[in-house]
Structure formats: C-alpha cells, structure tokens
Design a protein around this ligand. Structure first.
Ligand SMILES: Nc1ncnc2c1ncn2[C@@H]1O[C@H](COP(=O)(O)OP(=O)(O)OP(=O)(O)O)[C@@H](O)[C@H]1O
Length: 463
C-alpha cells in the first residue's frame, strides 16, 4: 500500500531532498510552499501524513506560523499525523508544538533514518487509532442491537414472571449465576438481560460456547496467548477473560468443558487471576460469570464428569428456566409475536392463527422450545398460502424414536425427496435432538459423535 505524504515548506531545496528520500521508500509525495496551498490540499485529497515547516516567511524563526497552522489542520482533519520541522528548534517550541496537536517534532537538518522512522510510526499509529474508532463504533452498534433484541423478550406466564423478578434482583448483585433449562428456552437471552441490568452494563458481555472450543485450544481461547507461545501463535491474542474485563462472561453449555480444563477455569474463579499461555505475567480477572447448561450437573458430578468445586463456584445462585410446554400461557403470545416480527421483516401481510392451529400449538411438546417455535413461525411466512394458518400447515410432528429411524427409512426418504447427504445428516441431527428433548450430550452420543463434532455440524448446517 502506498501512503501519501504532504510536505509543506517554503524552501524548494528541502522539498527536493524530502522527495528523493520519501519516494525511494515508496511514499507518494505532494508538496506545497504556502499555508493556503497546504489547507487547500488537505481539503482536496485524503492524505496519510503532513511534514510541516514551522516558519514560512524567511525572516521569521519564532515558529508561530507553524503553531497556528496546526489548529487550522486539525479543524480539517482531526487525526492526520503532523510532524513539525524547524531549523530553529528549542525545547520550549517542541513542547508547544506537541501540546498544540503535532504528533512529532524534528530538527533541520534531519537525520534520514529518524525522519523515515517518524513518518512510518505516525502513519501506523493513526491507522491503529482509526481502526480502534471503527471497532468501538461497531461495538456500540452491536450492543445497541443486542439491547434492542432484549426489549423483544416476551413472557406472560406466571412461571416466567417469577423467574424474571428473581433475575432482576440478582442482576444488581455481583454473584455468579447458573441458568439451567432445556435448549432454546431463552438462557442466552436472559444472560444478556442480567448483564444489561447489572452495574457492569457499560462494559462488554462476552459469550463463549464451551461445547464449541476444542480441548487443545481451551486455554488460549479463554486466557489468550503471547506471540510464539506455540507453533501457530504468530501474534499475541487476547482471551475471553480479558475481553470481558469489567463486564460479564457468559459460559454457555458449561457441562461440556473437558475435565482436564475444569481445574484451569476453577483457578481463575477462585483466585481471579490468570496468565496468557506462554507468559508468566499474572493478570487480574474482574468478571462476573453467568453460565448456562441444559445438562443435569449434579448427575454429571456423580458420574465424575464435572468437578463439584467448580459447580459450587459457578452456582452461587441457580435459576431454572422452565420449558415452553411448562408455560403454556406463553405459547400463543410468542407465536403471534414472532409472526408479526417476521411478516414485518419480510414485508408480508400479517398472518393469523386459526383456532385449530392454536390448539395444536398448545398441545405440541416443543422439544426445541422457543427456538423451535420461532423457526416454525418463520417457515410459515413462506409456506403458508392463506392469511389464516390452519393446523396442518404447522407441520408439527412429535419426534420418532431413533430406533424407528433405520437406514432403510433414511434411504426411502432420500429416494422420495432425492435428499442430498447433507440434507439427510441435517435431518438426522434435528430428529435426534428432538427425540432427546434438546439434550445435546445424549443426542451426540447416540450418533457416535463428540460434542465438538456435533457443534461443528450444527455450525455447518446453521441449525
Ligand atoms: N421470551 C422470549 N421472547 C422472545 N424470544 C425468545 C424468548 N426466549 C427465547 N427466545 C428466542 O428463542 C431462541 C433461543 O433462545 P436462546 O438462544 O436464548 O436459548 P438458550 O436456552 O440459550 O438455547 P441453547 O441452550 O440452545 O443455547 C432465540 O432466537 C431467542 O431470541
């Protein structure tokens, strides 16, 4: 990439020398000899750095002209690096230039290496600053979108209202919270709600799906690594604990942490300290942990798959999120809410639910909970021919048992609809998950998959 440097000096010899020096290093040079031409160029083109003489009239040496120009440049471009140059340097003048808004100060005659170094460093710094602004801005937008989504959190059932009241109170504390409940019951959404209502809401909520992190990358993902810590560590990397500093860390699918890594997580939770992989520097972890699982952790402890001491650390308070079938008052309201949302999104006329459709929605077991209901409503926007949705258009079928899904049924399905191998795999994952009522561990095991193998496929098929 070629960077554009603007040289502003009334001495043509200086301009020619700088032209030779900078163009030999692949910079593209524009030169001006008056302050007016300098400001004009700044308004006309996108530049990466300004090399600015401090005195334009030959008989002046005070540097006042240069200082006044810094102000003028900053009103046009607040971020462009300005490197001041003068043959009449004093410490006072240098300090004045830097406090007025210049980024560096060089004395004429200059040392070539020092000048090239100053230009490269200042361009690099301003690009990093720009990048940071961009990321901060994106972050703000994402946070805004997330909290806007949360205002969509809807529930009318008594069970959920109780749950929300409890969460509202706990959110104000700094206790670690464990959310339990089947897949798709809204645990991630509630984690976001807890964070937004906590004193940590100005900092980030960082989410990690523990089932999706491979065992070998666990430490690096969670605590970060320094450059060269292992073969692939080409750059230093910040881990999730550091990203969530001052905020909250949401550990989803917590039961999926391999036993070997549980001790490492426990140490951070106990001592609030961690080290990046490859570093001996201890860092302080100021994060609130919200974790979630659809598994029975007590059972996992008895089976020796989960550490009891880690369970106690995570489970300062536990909140159970009821399954959708246990809060029937929510089903129709949620379904109608999703229909309204998707009709607006896809610019379709509003669909309504017939009495029979409502009846079926209420009597279905919803193994995939609210996620399944949401997908079902989204699908109807495209499959439903009439404004009033009938029961059979819902296409709700209770799951068949895996023993019924034989190779021949799959082969028949494939032949009937000419399914691709991917479609068969996708359909098997969904059926199996539904059969095990959303329990990923059991569903994966029944297919001979590891949890990470399961999640890789879930990602691949965007399930
Ligand atoms: N009360 C609610 N109101 C509106 N939408 C909801 C509600 N609860 C959940 N959802 C929606 O249902 C889907 C699943 O929610 P979420 O991911 O929070 O569930 P989860 O329990 O964390 O699932 P998993 O255990 O699979 O990670 C999301 O699309 C979410 O927006």
């Amino acid at each position: 990439m070629t960077f554009k440097v603007l040289v502003a000096d009334d001495d043509l010899n200086i301009i020619i020398s700088l032209k030779f020096l900078l163009e030999a290093e692949q910079y593209q040079l524009t030169s001006v000899t008056t302050p007016e031409a300098l400001l004009d160029q700044l308004k006309k083109q996108q530049l990466d750095c300004v090399l600015l003489d401090m005195n334009f009239q030959r008989d002046t040496t005070s540097g006042k002209e240069g200082l006044a120009l810094i102000h003028a440049i900053r009103t046009i471009d607040p971020l462009i690096p300005i490197i001041m140059m003068t043959g009449w340097a004093t410490v006072d003048l240098a300090v004045q230039a830097l406090t007025t808004g210049a980024n560096d100060f060089l004395q004429k005659p200059w040392d070539d290496d020092r000048l090239l170094n100053a230009v490269a460093t200042q361009i690099q710094l301003s690009r990093t600053q720009l990048q940071l602004q961009k990321v901060t801005q994106e972050n703000k937008i994402l946070k805004h979108q997330l909290s806007a989504n949360n205002t969509d959190f809807s529930s009318q059932s008594k069970a959920m209202q109780q749950c929300l009241a409890e969460l509202n109170q706990l959110a104000q504390s700094d206790m670690n919270i464990l959310l339990t409940g089947e897949n798709g019951t809204g645990k991630s959404m509630l984690a976001e709600l807890i964070h937004q209502q906590s004193a940590r809401s100005a900092a980030s909520l960082v989410s990690v799906n523990m089932g999706a992190i491979s065992e070998s990358l666990f430490e690096s993902e969670m605590f970060g690594h320094v450059k060269g810590a292992f073969t692939d560590a080409k750059e230093q990397r910040i881990g999730r604990f550091e990203m969530a500093q001052g905020g909250s860390l949401f550990l989803d699918e917590i039961a999926n942490i391999p036993l070997s890594q549980q001790a490492k997580l426990l140490r951070v939770l106990e001592a609030q300290q961690f080290e990046k992989v490859g570093s001996s520097k201890t860092q302080f972890a100021d994060v609130r942990i919200i974790s979630a699982t659809n598994a029975n952790l007590q059972h996992a402890i008895q089976e020796g798959h989960f550490r009891q001491d880690l369970f106690y650390r995570l489970n300062t308070v536990a909140i159970h999120i009821p399954a959708l079938r246990e809060r029937q008052e929510d089903i129709i309201a949620l379904a109608e809410g999703f229909l309204a949302q998707f009709c607006a999104k896809y610019q379709k006329p509003l669909l309504t639910l017939s009495i029979e459709a409502k009846h079926q929605l209420l009597h279905y077991s919803w193994p995939g909970n609210i996620r399944e209901l949401r997908h079902c409503m989204e699908r109807l926007i495209f499959t439903c021919q009439h404004h009033n949705i009938s029961a059979d258009q819902l296409q709700l079928q209770e799951a068949t048992s895996p023993s019924q899904i034989t190779e021949s049924t799959l082969a028949n399905q494939a032949a009937d609809k000419l399914m691709t191998l991917d479609e068969i795999e996708k359909s098997t994952l969904s059926t199996r998950l539904a059969y095990f009522k959303g329990n990923v561990g059991q569903a994966a095991k029944s297919l001979g998959l590891s949890r990470s193998g399961w999640y890789r496929r879930v990602d691949k098929f965007e399930l």
